[in-house]
Design a protein around this ligand. Structure first.
Ligand SMILES: *Cc1c(COP(=O)(O)O)cnc(C)c1O
Length: 361
């Protein structure tokens, strides 16, 4: 069977060359005489895999020296508890922008440990925009300010960051990490589940400014302490060894085949423009998000007719464009066009949509 164009929101498409490299090395990695899956995480061969993965990530994102990179498990969702347990220990209050389901989950989880001040919300319109952030509502004593940089389900993104002064900015970048250049020094903590832009599920990456480490609440479970993971080089216990190895291959692909994050950003902008331009001129399909808030990674769209939406998703799938059904909470369609979705995939999708539109007038 041929590979399809996979528009899944996550786990999602991985570059074919990465999969082929993994396949070639699956049974015997280098001269180790065994698969990476079978290796002790304490072996020198594995140590160099995790070290290279970290070095690549540091290089690609230009991560300053005073930040640590942690390779964890538990998904981005575990961070919703881990972050307040480790960071909300000064005033016991945090600020949060409520821009979707993931921010809402972060809010609910943090509320168990601290007071959450929702500075703005776009819930009134099904999170289809990024709300105006009014600085007078920010708490200067907040322990951190939480945003979800790219809202995977609703297809919105923060085009500008909140100006929260000395309050550490915490960003959920699960669905946009490595998709565009960022200035890591503007953040206190960045976290991301790997399964959208970095590799397979099972790995969660945390990039944290060192001065924020070691201030956890006393009741924090050992496995939820950033200092424990930092002091043990992400090997306090067995890390998700194989997922980290695939992440390394993805980062090598990004560096060597794409040319780095700036080059990736350019391609991502071209990809998104192709689809948005068509959506804006189509008489059948329309984007649900407008203007500057539009995501480059997740593009939701509708026809306005549920039966037609269903017919489109079915026809698309039959033609090799899969996982275009929108999230169950919003309906319609959503094309997730992460880093590994080639521009040819987006072009082919737009051509298919044009054909569908012409045939179903
Ligand atoms: C996918 C996603 C999550 C959840 O990730 P898990 O690894 O499944 O916990 C959280 N936040 C955002 C923005 C996501 O896209």
């Amino acid at each position: 069977m041929n590979r399809v164009y996979n528009f899944s929101a996550g786990p999602s498409v991985i570059a074919e060359s990465v999969l082929k490299k993994a396949q070639a090395e699956l049974v015997c990695y280098g001269d180790a005489g065994m698969s990476v899956m079978e290796m002790s995480h304490r072996s020198p061969a594995y140590q160099s895999i995790i070290d290279e993965t970290e070095a690549l990530l540091r290089q690609l994102l230009n991560i300053p020296e005073n930040y640590s990179v942690l390779f964890l498990q538990g998904g981005a969702s575990s961070q919703f508890a881990m972050i307040p347990l480790n960071l909300a220990n000064g005033s016991g209050k945090i600020d949060l922008a409520l821009t979707g389901q993931w921010a809402s989950k972060a809010q609910q989880e943090a509320s168990k440990y601290c007071e959450v001040n929702v500075v703005a919300s776009s819930k009134d319109k099904t999170y289809s925009y990024i709300p105006e952030l009014d600085k007078s509502k920010f708490n200067p004593d907040a322990d951190y300010f939480h945003i979800c940089s790219n809202n995977t389900i609703y297809g919105t993104r923060f085009a500008t960051l909140p100006d929260c002064g000395n309050v550490p900015l915490v960003a959920d970048m699960s669905s946009c990490i490595l998709s565009e250049e960022i200035d890591v020094s503007k953040y206190g903590l960045i976290f991301a589940g790997a399964q959208k832009n970095m590799g397979p599920a099972g790995l969660t990456v945390v990039i944290i400014r060192n001065d924020l480490i070691g201030k956890h609440r006393p009741e924090t479970p050992t496995m939820f302490r950033y200092d424990i993971h930092k002091d043990n080089g992400s090997m306090y216990n067995t890390p998700p060894t194989y997922s980290i190895y695939i992440c390394k291959l993805v980062l090598e692909w990004l560096r060597d085949e794409i040319g780095g994050v700036a080059a990736m950003e350019k391609i991502n902008h071209e990809k998104a423009a192709l689809l948005y331009n068509y959506l804006d001129e189509s008489e059948m399909f329309k984007a649900t998000v407008q203007g500057i808030d539009r995501s480059y990674m997740n593009i939701p769209f509708i026809t306005g007719n549920e039966d037609l939406d269903k017919a489109f998703v079915k026809a698309a799938s039959a033609n090799g464009f899969v996982n275009l059904k929108g999230h169950r909470s919003v309906g319609g369609m959503r094309a997730s066009i992460y880093n590994a979705m080639p521009i040819e995939g987006v072009k082919a999708l737009v051509d298919f949509m044009k054909k569908f539109e012409a045939e179903n007038k």
